[in-house]
Design a protein around this ligand. Structure first.
Ligand code: GTR
Length: 370
């Protein structure tokens, strides 16, 4: 396949020539985060006023839980502010009979409960908890809809209900649903980091499509995540916006205005004016691990633009003396690139996250985390 040409995309530069990795960390990284907050994903409102508490609602092990191979915990997270509160739950399977502490994969599930079933009556390949656990990883999952609804409810439900002052008018640079999902993933991370059975240095965050966008945004901000995995995240996820095929900023801000801050809509049909592009989102993870996967029949997400983003972000990895993506040519389907600190594969199929994808994510994580 062809080598990716980036010059046609007219991307804003990641950094100026001669920058050191210290300058990147102390200055440029912060600038990019503020640009993404103000123009795309929004700022967290009044963060210091939010109080978070955790309650283990259920904890079980034994033959009924993954045939005795895992401990299952259900944890309720309550976020309070000025007398209001919102709770959401996440589920955690920790492998038993393995050497602890173990690495963890935290998945943001944007589908229904059947795809993240704690009872394991439904064994969905979208979140194959048994596979994850059998490979020695703890598997955690949370539903997007439990954190903040995935429809335009006028900023009044989920975490948003803690901010009644913004219900009438949401300031243009304030978060939407994606920002709330990303913030909640970091609150789950706070809990995971304190669990002695889990390795605090080896926690990854995984998401598909809108969940992939949120997983990347979360790990871009929160350096405590060792790895971010994006499946088919496309527009405003892994894919470059400039020169993108399929979904554009105009499409996404018309259909899902509540995902982003209001400012983002100014870049509809106006990508060239956007102060960032999505290679910068991946670069914010450098030198940590990122994995991007695409499907051949997912032109809406645009695999070429997702891969081009990995190539462009690799410059930030070179600042750290490490390798981002290992090849600059778009790989053929079923030819994963696992050697660099940015992993990538294209798989034959439609917009989905499946068993093949998970096998590659776990393979990549093992290879680089061990
Ligand atoms: C689509 C949306 C995409 C992607 C997808 C999904 O309708 O246009 O950006 O996020 O939904 O989440 O499955």
């Amino acid at each position: 396949m062809d080598t990716i040409t980036l010059s046609d995309r007219l991307l804003p530069p990641l950094f100026s020539q001669g920058i050191t990795k210290e300058e990147w960390e102390s200055k440029r990284r912060r600038e990019l985060l503020s640009l993404f907050r103000d123009a795309v994903y929004g700022n967290v409102p009044d963060e210091q006023s939010l109080q978070v508490s955790y309650r283990v609602a259920d904890q079980q092990e034994g033959s009924s839980i993954m045939s005795g191979n895992a401990l299952r915990k259900s944890i309720e997270v309550t976020v309070s502010r000025n007398g209001l509160s919102h709770s959401f739950a996440f589920v955690l399977f920790i492998p038993l009979g393995k050497k602890h502490p173990v690495p963890t994969m935290l998945t943001l599930c944007n589908r229904g409960i059947a795809d993240a079933d704690p009872s394991r009556s439904f064994l969905s390949s979208f979140w194959p908890a048994e596979t994850i656990v059998s490979q020695g990883f703890a598997a955690a999952v949370v539903l997007t809809s439990d954190i903040a609804p995935d429809y335009d409810e006028g900023f009044s439900l989920g975490l948003h209900k803690l901010f009644p002052e913004y219900k009438k008018e949401r300031p243009s640079n304030l978060w939407g649903a994606l920002g709330a999902w990303a913030w909640a993933l970091s609150r789950i991370l706070d809990y995971l980091l304190a669990d002695p059975l889990l390795d605090p240095e080896k926690i990854g965050v995984v998401g598909h499509s809108r969940g992939g966008k949120a997983a990347l945004w979360c790990a871009a901000q929160d350096t405590r995540f060792a790895l971010a995995v994006s499946s088919c995240s496309g527009c405003t996820g892994a894919a470059l916006s400039r020169g993108k095929g399929g979904e554009h900023i105009k499409d996404i801000t018309e259909r899902f205005p509540y995902w982003f801050c209001k400012n983002y809509r100014h870049y509809a049909d106006n990508e060239g004016k956007l102060p960032v592009d999505q290679h910068m989102l991946l670069a914010l993870l450098a030198p940590r691990l990122v994995y991007v996967s695409s499907k051949t029949n997912d032109a809406w997400a645009d695999p070429q633009s997702e891969f081009a983003s990995c190539v462009a972000a690799s410059e930030a990895y070179r600042l750290f003396g490490t390798m981002g993506i290992e090849e600059e040519s778009m790989p053929r389907p079923e030819h994963p690139l696992l050697g660099g600190r940015i992993g990538y594969h294209l798989k034959t199929g439609y917009h989905d996250m499946d068993a093949y994808d998970w096998e590659r994510y776990l393979q990549f994580a093992k290879r680089h985390l061990e």
